[in-house]
Design a protein around this ligand. Structure first.
Ligand SMILES: Cc1ncc(COP(=O)(O)O)c(C=O)c1O
Length: 442
């Protein structure tokens, strides 16, 4: 008998929800029961315009036929194949297709199941790479304040979001952090990339001087920081990080879990900014959020450092049961085809100026203290309620949901990242409704 998915579960208590105010939610649940293209349908039958591509992931929109069919077909053909010491063709095909759109210097793909796993994988590859080259003193990892790199111990160690770190012990040793690049006084209400702050990359020279380059394995940054509430790289900043890391033999990792697959109008942020890192982490948009899958892209130089020793030996002692699983691979191939056939990355670039102007029309709206944007990413920062940080933005989120738009909040910042199929009238509706919500908010 088919499951009836349209009923609300009768007991909400059993499910301990992630990154959720569980008690508040369970008193007044917000349930989604179906989705198509730009909209969710809520359990009470309302259409909710998706202003966040789920969680920055459904870049192609929802329930896209090609992706759905690919999953259905694959589930009936080869449901699972072991990932270690044996292969299946789709994982290889997908790796090639990812490289077709990746920055030129990327040559290999290592699969994971999520962004967090991609980050921990990239950090481990960086450490093992130096060791493989006889540079085993390079064990330090450098992240950035306010960075989000998922929730594994590696990711929270290099990450810089305080609440994601402070409850979980002493984390990885030997980690240091660059300063974040949020300079509201100098870059307030900037449209696109900010002018000021490239010099913040020079802090890496200070960290290198403090610890010694020969102790540092890698620097990891999000090219555009998303989950912290959208912080953009000042013009020239990423280029400078690249110069300094290269000068000191330090690997540069771009965490492209949200910027990968078209969010800025190019396949990857590395191409958008014209900066080539040594490793790229990605996930989310790889399958348009439909099936969990992540990946680390690596240069030939990084990969080849492992390809020594006897040929029967495993070169990298790392991997997951579901690395490159057949159904995820099929979903990802169909997703990449959808992006290409519909020209969705180009579409993002095309609509980005309209998005920018719509977003900045919120300047002067009640509670708004800053607005930031790039590609199809936007942030609206609110003045926090004195003594009650996060409460105002959370209220905005709840009210927005009631009014039929899905937004996301971190702290007192509203972050927006709609699917790349969004139309102009939907941009107007999203921003117009948000304005009404904010004007009506205490
Ligand atoms: C930059 C970045 N890295 C890593 C992650 C973690 O991805 P996941 O939730 O798939 O583990 C995220 C998720 O938002 C992210 O934005």
């Amino acid at each position: 008998m088919a499951l009836d998915r349209n009923v609300s579960p009768n007991d909400l208590n059993a499910f301990w929800m992630p990154f959720t105010a569980n008690r508040q939610f369970k008193k007044a649940p917000r349930m989604l029961v179906s989705a198509r293209d730009m909209h969710y349908t809520s359990a009470d039958g309302r259409q909710i315009l998706d202003g966040t591509a789920g969680l920055w992931c459904c870049n192609a929109g929802h329930c896209r036929p090609k992706i759905t069919q690919a999953i259905q077909q694959q589930a009936g053909e080869l449901d699972y194949a072991p990932a270690f010491q044996i292969g299946h063709p789709l994982a290889f095909e997908l790796a090639n297709r990812i490289l077709d759109i990746a920055p030129d210097n990327m040559a290999h793909v290592f699969y994971t199941n999520s962004g967090s796993e991609a980050v921990d994988t990239a950090l481990k590859i960086a450490l093992a790479y130096h060791r493989a080259r006889g540079d085993g003193t390079r064990t330090r990892l450098i992240g950035r304040e306010r960075g989000y790199h998922g929730v594994g111990f590696g990711g929270i160690s290099v990450g810089g979001i305080v609440n994601n770190r402070r409850f979980f012990g002493s984390l990885l040793a030997g980690v240091d952090h660059l300063p974040h690049t949020h300079l509201p006084d100098r870059n307030g209400y900037v449209k696109g990339q900010p002018e000021h702050g490239a010099d913040l990359a020079d802090e890496l020279e200070r960290i290198v001087a403090l610890h010694g380059a020969d102790t540092i394995a890698a620097v990891i940054v999000e090219p555009v920081a998303g989950s912290t509430g959208v912080i953009l790289p000042p013009k020239g900043y990423l280029q400078r990080l690249r110069e300094i890391t290269r000068k000191h033999g330090i690997l540069l990792i771009f965490d492209e879990v949200i910027t990968g697959f078209g969010r800025l109008g190019a396949p990857f942020a590395a191409q958008y900014f014209g900066v080539q890192p040594d490793l790229i982490t990605c996930a989310k948009g790889l399958t348009s959020g439909v099936i969990p899958m992540g990946a680390v892209l690596a240069t030939a130089e990084v990969h080849d450092a492992f390809m020594t020793g006897p040929e029967h030996m495993i070169e990298l002692f790392h991997g997951y049961t579901y690395s490159g699983s057949p159904i995820a691979s099929a979903a990802a191939i169909a997703t990449l085809e959808t992006y290409r056939e519909e020209g969705l990355f180009e579409r993002c670039a095309e609509i980005a100026p309209y998005w920018q102007e719509a977003l900045h029309s919120l300047r002067g709206t009640r509670h708004v203290i800053d607005i930031r944007n790039l590609g199809l990413i936007g942030a609206v920062e609110l003045e926090p309620i004195a003594g009650e940080p996060t409460k105002r933005a959370f209220s905005a989120f709840v009210k927005a949901f009631e009014k039929g738009i899905l937004i996301r909040t971190t702290g007192d910042i509203i972050a927006l990242s709609p699917p790349l199929i969004i139309e102009r009238d939907q941009v107007d509706h999203l921003i117009g409704t948000l304005k009404e919500v904010l004007e009506a908010l205490d």
